[in-house]
Design a protein around this ligand. Structure first.
Ligand code: HPA
Length: 262
């Protein structure tokens, strides 16, 4: 089953038939809210709002471990994560939808691994390709079929937040190779990998990153772009879900992480 994590502005999915709303307990505490179980365009689906149904959780307080654990426990084998971002690279202009292919992690102090317990085996997961290329291709095809423009590929810089960046920080991120900047992709993506869940992301560019536009980052602009971007993401997912589900069914599970001796 595909699990969808909705970000800012995406607290449900248009056209989703909801059959159940499940409160899940996990060893890491409660997830951000109930998991909605149902169907979209004929494909079974779980949906979770990352910041909670009423957006009460800022990025650094999201319980990423509980969210990913709950989605896997409830049956997700692959995830699509939706997130608002600032645009850094020239083609990631406000309103663009971006399907990132890489991650730069600048977050700190977040519970970022399932393998941190005392006496637990040491585990290192491969993270060379944080996002799944076949899922990204399926999303890109669904966008083209639906006459939606997407930018395919680009590195997402995950910042701690909740403040936005300084202009100098964005210059640094650009030098580091970032195309977009957000606050939530990490540790979400590496936790998904630790549990063997394939992952694709859809980013909605809601503002020029700090120093890239005229003046500062404007919340008014962000809210305007979110409303329109969420509508297009909903259309994209309604189109892509059947293909993502077919793909998920046709693939072997990712290999489980291998404990090391030293
Ligand atoms: N920076 C970080 N996170 C964001 C931004 C930004 O400019 N816009 C939306 N989320």
């Amino acid at each position: 089953m595909i699990g969808v994590i909705g970000g800012s502005g995406v607290y449900s999915l248009d056209g989703m038939r909801v059959d159940a709303s499940e409160q899940c307990a996990t060893p890491y505490g409660p997830p951000s809210g109930p998991l909605l179980r149902g169907e979209l365009s004929g494909a079974p689906l779980l949906f979770l709002a990352r910041h909670g149904p009423q957006h009460h959780l800022p990025p650094h307080q999201v319980n990423y471990r509980a969210n990913i654990w709950a989605l896997r426990e409830c049956g997700a084998t692959a995830l699509v994560t939706i997130a608002a971002v600032g645009g850094i690279r020239g083609d990631c202009r406000p309103s663009a939808l971006v399907l990132p292919d890489q991650i730069l992690d600048y977050t700190w102090g977040r519970e970022h691994t399932f393998f941190a317990g005392d006496g637990q085996a040491v585990v290192h997961v491969d993270f060379t390709e944080p996002y799944d290329a076949e899922m990204r291709d399926a999303l890109a095809r669904a966008a083209a079929d639906n006459k939606l423009t997407v930018v395919t590929g680009g590195a997402y810089a995950a910042m701690q937040g909740p403040r936005f960046e300084s202009a100098a920080e964005i210059v640094r991120l650009e030098r580091d190779g970032a195309a977009v900047v957000g606050m939530t992709a990490m540790p979400e993506a590496s936790l998904a990998r630790e549990l063997g869940l394939r992952l694709a992301a859809v980013n909605i560019v809601v503002n020029p990153a700090a120093g890239k536009g005229d003046g500062g980052v404007s919340m008014d602009e962000i809210h305007r772009r979110l409303a329109d971007g969420a509508e297009r993401v909903n259309r994209l997912l309604a189109r892509a879900l059947p293909a993502l589900w077919t793909l998920a069914q046709s693939r072997e599970p990712l290999p489980a992480p291998v404990p090391q001796n030293g």
